[in-house]
Design a binder for this molecule. Structure first.
Ligand code: CIR
Length: 256
């Protein structure tokens, strides 16, 4: 059984952090409707959705992926690179404690879950504006006893490693080669985004389905040509906040 932890869209999302995008008005009602449809897609993929209440004073708190890394063995509460996001961690820690032993990234470390890509027992962490060497080293120290390797990966031009590369199917990654070199992952097949859709590398593989934004039809066609069926979701309002599909949930196995 899979559990997907989500959090409602903050009424303050209009004041979200933005790094690579210009601020645009976000329609809160539409964002909330899109988020509910995303939760329904998670349910169709076999998840029990644990939907947490919105935190209206924390604009980016819908992006729960960034505040934790959850493995079968342990949960690591991160220390987000953006200072405005650090208070989100005290809201997620007690929720995760219902499911896992919880450990915390300590200063001076910073780590955003959006930088953490797990492929089996291999964990890749983006060296981005959000995750620093100390954060990566602390994650490595926590997970190596469980048999995970941690590899730091340079990323340029985007917010997080998973803006640039995600797992699209077992053994297959979807990548924007302008932002990251997929060769670092080794031993996987690679599908490149359509060059006209630079933000298209973020899909959420869950329960054998790829939850994927409707806004990238050319890359979706590439995925479908490769035999990967997508579960389309419209997340246009969340994309204005520099979010994507992985970032709105923490998926964990309830047997872990
Ligand atoms: C931020 O800059 O932190 C948010 N506005 C967007 C975070 C998106 N997170 C993700 O892709 N993992």
């Amino acid at each position: 059984m899979l559990i997907a932890i989500t959090r409602g869209v903050s009424a303050g999302i209009g004041a979200c952090e933005l790094t690579h995008l210009q601020r645009q008005p976000i329609d809160l009602d539409r964002a909330r409707a899109q988020h509910r449809a995303y939760e329904e897609a998670l349910e169709r993929a076999g998840c029990r959705v644990e939907s947490l209440p919105a935190l209206d004073d924390l604009p980016d708190s819908v992006f729960v992926e960034d505040v934790a890394v959850v493995l079968d063995e342990i949960a690591v509460v991160t220390r987000p690179g953006a200072e405005s996001r650090r208070p989100e961690t005290s809201h997620i820690a007690p929720v995760l404690a219902n499911h896992r032993r919880v450990t915390f990234i300590q200063p001076p470390g910073t780590l955003d879950g959006g930088d953490v890509l797990r492929l089996g027992r291999r964990i890749f962490v983006g060296q981005s504006g959000r995750s620093n060497e100390s954060g990566i080293e602390q994650l490595r120290a926590v997970v190596w006893p469980y048999g995970y390797t941690v590899t730091a990966v340079p990323v340029t031009g985007c917010l997080h490693l998973k803006s640039a590369i995600t797992e699209a199917a077992p053994g297959v990654v979807l990548v924007n080669p302008a932002w990251v070199d997929a060769a670092v992952c080794g031993g996987v097949s690679v599908i490149e985004v359509d060059p006209s859709e630079p933000y298209a590398a973020n899909g959420l593989l869950v329960g054998g389905r790829l939850i994927y934004p409707v806004s990238f039809p050319r890359t979706a066609a590439r995925l479908e040509n490769a035999g990967i069926v997508t579960e389309p979701v419209d997340v246009s309002e969340l994309q204005k906040a520099e979010g994507a599909v992985t970032c709105c949930s923490l998926v964990l196995s309830s047997g872990g």
